[in-house]
Write a protein that binds this ligand. Structure first.
Ligand code: URP
Ligand code: ZN
Ligand code: ZN
Length: 467
């Protein structure tokens, strides 16, 4: 079935122009003025932006964590993502201990299969490598088309790897042409600070933030940067929250190191005071690294504008307040870490970034889609509007205003950290490979229609464009 998108203003990371888009067999076949619509379904985009579908490089769907499991699975999570203008997610596949990496990846395929409404790929997380998993790692990356390894420098009880493992991951990634994504916080020192706080009777949610100071994010970021550099590997620092970490990333990039940085909507828009709210409300804002004092926000916005940070991930990791966040009622260290952002990532960045004049529409498209496609080996199949690319497209009304609320969102979680916020701009229709998933703000997609995307470890010229 052919479709033609007419009357819209195409906005990519580099250009803005009025043109029609002809879609056939899931691909963009033609872009131009007055294209023939014979035999094609018309998609009227008059007065709207036509943008590449969002690529969310950081999600945790149906993930066991902190003695529980995230509340959004591949069904609710990908439906919510689609409502929010996201057409591809890259989710973290966990592995542990002696388990074969192939078994870990298979487990993630089973979670997604028959449920995902949008396209997806996996990053492969490793804890400590055994001789067997170390030997298996390059093979599984190749076999599964996975171009990104994830290592945690925090969460000692669950995921934290040693510096030696981190260094090994960098070496393997360098040989394979992969990138290593690192959660940069000094987990061992944080655990000590958490113990100290608990011994002093400090149990409220705010102590989650106070025991994870920005200096420990900056220190770990610096360590990851130097280890990656010695190994000659590409480093992607996930969820950058503070000036301390940013300064290290900026200094490394100025020296020509291959370092990329991601931040997330809450670090740009919410601050540490949210954790100090009474009646345990602060627990709704517990994730790691934590929210920082407000002054860090301007440094993050400036770094986005200056292209020192490249992407916006949602870090979707949702736990309902009732039953899940409440596990830490008497002990902040038992509050499951994470928040629900997969749905509002696109709108928050557009409204707080583009509408408020902090970034341009082109920066926006870069951060919400194009740069992630380039860094993770999806470009130019995804992440742009070009002939031959997948027809992953968002028709976006930049003028409409909407109030964010847990009563109307589509995530399977009983609160929204942005409750009551008014945002300007909303995805009206969303297509994945030319098929509607959202049509006039209604979900019309099919669960299981999302495809697993194998990515290119040995990138083509287009994919190696530096960001
Ligand atoms: O608190 C968070 N961010 N939860 C998800 C796991 C991680 O660190 O990304
Ligand atoms: Zn993390
Ligand atoms: Zn995360």
């Amino acid at each position: 079935m052919k479709k033609i998108i007419t009357g819209g203003l195409i906005a990519t990371a580099s250009d803005m122009y009025e043109a029609d888009i002809l879609i056939e067999n899931g691909k963009i076949m033609q872009i131009g003025k007055n294209l023939s619509a014979v035999g094609a379904e018309i998609v009227d985009a008059t007065g709207k932006y036509v943008m590449p579908g969002g690529i969310d490089p950081h999600t945790h769907l149906d993930m066991p964590f902190n003695n529980t499991v995230t509340d959004d699975d591949w069904k609710s999570g990908t439906i919510a993502a689609a409502f929010g203008g996201t057409t591809t997610i890259l989710d973290f596949c966990l592995s542990a201990g002696e388990e074969k990496l192939a078994a870990a990846v298979e487990k993630w395929h089973v979670k997604a299969k028959g449920k995902s409404a949008i396209d997806y790929g996996f990053h492969l997380m490793i804890g400590d490598l055994t001789p067997d998993t170390e030997a298996e790692l390059p093979l599984i990356l190749e076999q599964e088309g996975i171009t990104s390894i994830k290592v945690f420098m925090a969460y000692a009880k669950e995921f934290q790897a040693t510096d030696r493992t981190l260094f090994k991951a960098f070496k393997i990634a360098k040989d394979m042409g992969a990138v290593v994504m690192v959660h940069c916080e000094n987990g061992s020192v944080i655990d000590e600070l958490v113990e100290e706080a608990k011994l002093a009777g400090q149990t409220a949610p705010i102590y989650h933030a106070l025991t994870r100071p920005a200096e420990l994010e900056g220190e770990a970021t610096k360590r990851a940067i130097e280890l990656a550099h010695i190994a000659g590997a590409k480093l992607y620092v996930v969820h950058v929250t503070c000036k301390e970490a940013l300064d290290e990333i900026i200094a490394a990039r100025e020296k020509g190191y291959d370092v990329y940085g991601e931040t997330c909507p809450p670090y740009l828009t919410l601050d540490q005071s949210a954790l100090a709210q009474p009646d345990f409300e602060g627990a709704k804002y517990v994730w790691s690294p934590p929210l920082r004092p407000k002054y860090h926000q301007k440094h993050l916005w400036n770094a986005l504008k200056a292209k020192q940070l490249q992407t916006i991930g949602s870090d979707q990791c949702s736990f309902s307040f009732n039953g899940k966040k409440q596990l830490g009622l008497n002990d902040f260290s038992k509050i499951p870490n994470g928040g629900p952002f997969i749905e509002d990532r696109f709108s928050i960045l557009f409204s707080e970034g583009v509408v408020k004049g902090r970034i341009s529409i082109h920066d926006f498209v870069d951060m919400i889609s194009t740069n992630a496609a380039k860094i993770f080996g999806l470009y130019p199949q995804k992440g742009t509007i070009a002939i031959g690319s997948d027809a992953d497209i968002v028709i976006f009304d930049p003028t409409v205003k909407r109030e964010i609320s847990a009563n109307t969102h589509h995530m399977n979680v009983d609160y929204n950290p942005y409750e009551g916020w008014e945002v300007t701009g909303e995805p009206i229709s969303v297509l994945v490979r030319g098929e509607y998933v959202i049509k006039n703000k209604q979900f019309v997609g099919e669960l299981g229609s999302g495809q697993y995307i194998k990515r290119a470890l040995k990138p083509t010229t287009a994919q190696t464009i530096t960001v």
